[in-house]
Ligand binder design. Structure first.
Ligand code: A3P
Length: 456
């Protein structure tokens, strides 16, 4: 981790690879369509190379790196290799979303991916770090009787908070520290107004730093966010928009309603569903080096299922051949370019903010400035709200007016990762490189993950 509090030098300006469309421009307009066309072609070449080279022991993607995007000579999309889910190639107007990805891991007799643990209001959030592991409950999928849904939703979400791992002690700690039940921002926005559908969503990525971002933005008095992950657009969609609205906190006019559910970013149906609800919604994605993200994801699973195979075993279809198993969700989630392509069918780039998970740790105020600008908010959350907690090893929020206990995220955030074979890390870096390049092209931002070596 970079030293604290001195922020690292600002990254060089992003290469002029793909200029985002002007605000309000449609993703389906000519420039966006051209961009998508170019990206899709390049991704297809990447897949083709992966298909051709994957079995030879090499996982390099020379063509994808050398060919300019949209080169006319590129072949038509090729079928993906068996270990990769097919890319959602859709160049026209929004159409039926592709079939959901195959069930992860189960077919290989490997442990299923544990769902992202839900967070209670304040739970797993900036609180007095404590809490332990525990299995996730099954209640979330228990259907409610009609009519029960809305009245019961708060209780259910509260129950989720209580039953979810690592959260209840943190929740108790935070409530004790705050001397109150959870409210909106740390500024203590009063709980009155109207419940509204969100105008902004943190849609991903899992283990990117989404909780840190949500808790920091909640400090803003003009932001009201639900602390739990509602999982509306993936798991609870059938409950309807009224259910979703009722999950939200009350807001006053001018306040922004938000929620975060990191699994949306990799849910095929999510962009279409979100677009149907609010086509002008603002979307935030916290991205992190996909190799580190994969290890973080694995570490979370390991904390709940210590018996799972090693990361090195799970990462490969065939280690001798060097064939990465991109059907493992820990790997697949990090192929950001593929997931983003799905979102760009429905939303222009100007409606999506990409936050660097790395910079959120070394310069939280800098990233928060971008977030507040994007949301059209005054820059209220600044350096003065953060301090670096040496024990935690991460930035934490100061209490307002320096009163009470500082607030660090719980121990499920900032876990120590197991040591991973450097050769495996190196192979994963090579695997992700072309996808990262494509992601930089699509977003017009260089996240510089190629400069990083290894894991923390
Ligand atoms: P690790 O636990 O692997 O370190 P998410 O909230 O999306 O699940 O992301 C969790 C990650 O947020 C953590 O991954 C950690 O690196 C990162 N993070 C960013 N800012 C943090 C902060 N202030 N405190 C703790 N973790 C933070």
């Amino acid at each position: 981790m970079a030293p604290w509090p001195a922020p690292p030098p600002p990254p060089p300006p992003p290469p002029p690879l793909a200029a985002p469309p002007p605000p309000g421009a449609s993703a389906k307009g000519p420039p966006a369509r051209k961009l998508l066309f170019m990206c899709t072609l390049s991704l297809s070449v990447t897949y083709l190379c992966y298909s051709l080279l994957g079995g030879s022991g090499s996982l390099q993607f020379p063509l994808a790196l050398q060919e300019p995007p949209g080169a006319a000579a590129e072949p038509p999309p090729s079928p993906p290799p068996p270990s990769l889910p097919p890319p959602p190639v859709r160049l026209g107007a929004p159409s039926q979303p592709p079939a959901p990805p195959p069930p992860d891991n189960a077919s290989r007799g490997e442990p299923p991916e544990p769902p992202e643990q839900p967070a209670a209001p304040g739970a797993d959030g900036w609180g007095l770090a404590s809490g332990g592991g525990g299995a996730r409950d099954a209640w979330l999928r228990t259907p409610l009787a009609p009519g029960e849904m809305i009245t019961a939703q708060s209780a259910l979400l509260e129950r989720e908070a209580q039953e979810s791992s690592t959260t209840d002690e943190e929740l108790a700690g935070r409530r004790a520290a705050n001397g109150s039940s959870e409210r909106g921002g740390a500024a203590g926005t009063p709980d009155y107004g109207e419940k509204k559908l969100p105008q902004a969503l943190i849609i991903g990525v899992k283990k990117g730093g989404t909780r840190a971002l949500l808790e920091a933005i909640r400090v803003h008095p003009d932001v009201r966010a639900v602390g739990v992950e509602p999982h509306f657009f993936d798991r609870n969609y059938e409950k309807g928009l009224e259910w979703y609205r009722n999950v939200m906190p009350k807001t006053l006019d001018g306040q922004v309603t938000m929620e975060k559910t990191p699994s949306y970013f990799v849910t095929n149906e999510a962009p279409k569903r979100i677009h149907a609800m609010a086509k002008d919604i603002k979307l935030i994605v916290v991205v992190r080096n996909p190799v580190t993200r994969a290890i973080s994801d694995y570490t979370q699973t390991l904390s709940k299922k210590p018996e799972i195979p090693t990361f090195e075993v799970l990462a490969f279809k065939n280690r001798t051949l060097g064939l990465i198993d991109a059907s493992w969700s820990a790997i697949r989630i990090g192929i950001y370019a593929l997931h983003l392509e799905n979102w760009l069918q429905y939303f222009p780039l100007s409606q999506i903010l990409f936050v660097s998970g790395e910079r959120l740790i070394v310069d939280p105020a800098g990233e928060m400035a971008k977030v507040q600008d994007f949301l059209g908010l005054k820059r209220v959350v600044t350096e003065k709200h953060f301090y670096f907690n040496k024990t935690k090893g991460f930035p934490c929020l100061k209490k307002p007016e320096d009163s009470g206990a500082p607030r660090c995220l719980g121990k499920s955030k900032g876990r120590t990762h197991p040591r991973i074979d450097p050769d495996v890390i190196h192979r994963l870096q090579k695997f992700y490189r072309p996808f990262n390049m494509m992601f930089y092209q699509m977003t017009g931002q260089d996240f510089q993950w190629e400069r990083e070596e290894g894991d923390k």
